[in-house]
Design a binder for this molecule. Sequence first.
Ligand code: GSH
Length: 206
Amino acid sequence: MTTDRLHCFKESGNSYKVALALTFAGVPFEKVTVDYFDGQTRQTVWRSETNEMGEVPILEFDGRRMSQSGVILLHLAERFDSLRVEPDEREEVLRWLLFDNHKFTANLASYRWPRTFAKPSPHEAVLAYMRQRTAAALDIVDRHLADCPIIVGDRCTVADLSMAGYVYYPADELGFDLRAEYSRIAAWMDRVAQIPGWRAPYDLLS
Ligand SMILES: N[C@@H](CCC(=O)N[C@@H](CS)C(=O)NCC(=O)O)C(=O)O
């Protein structure tokens, strides 16, 4: 069996989800750094040879290449017992993975990116709209965590790892100080960060 290879870049929270899952499973992996800022994911050749969707993360293993963090996380949950999803939790885990991709990560990432990295910056009204969408998603998750310590069930699953993709990036990048503004999300972040092996995104992906 060959070493897993993760195509990623350190600012990519979607890549961080997969890196964290591999780390929690104790699986060594090789990082293949993609030069997003120089347009690598938009190159025709890269898209035809690596990922037609033009995105990382991509996990390479056993001669296969897999993209979409949610699919990769479910694959890792099948492969590694420590990440397993119990049969009676599968639908609930999938429900939160879909919510994460559609609303939580989608809004956190789509607000952070233009406000922090895009040049020129988008119009203030665009940022205000995205900020309000992000705050709505954060409120939903903060309320969910009022009744349970973790996203699904009573131990960390790939649903948590998916939703953890962006929350540990610095507050001045996110445009939200999650620890100050969302107490239940903050407590959940601490719970996940206490799992042995946890590392922050720039530490794990640099
Ligand atoms: N739903 C996808 C989203 C992946 C995604 O948006 N990746 C970003 C980096 S975090 C990317 O590669 N963007 C490249 C581009 O838009 O050119 C997933 O969960 O894997």
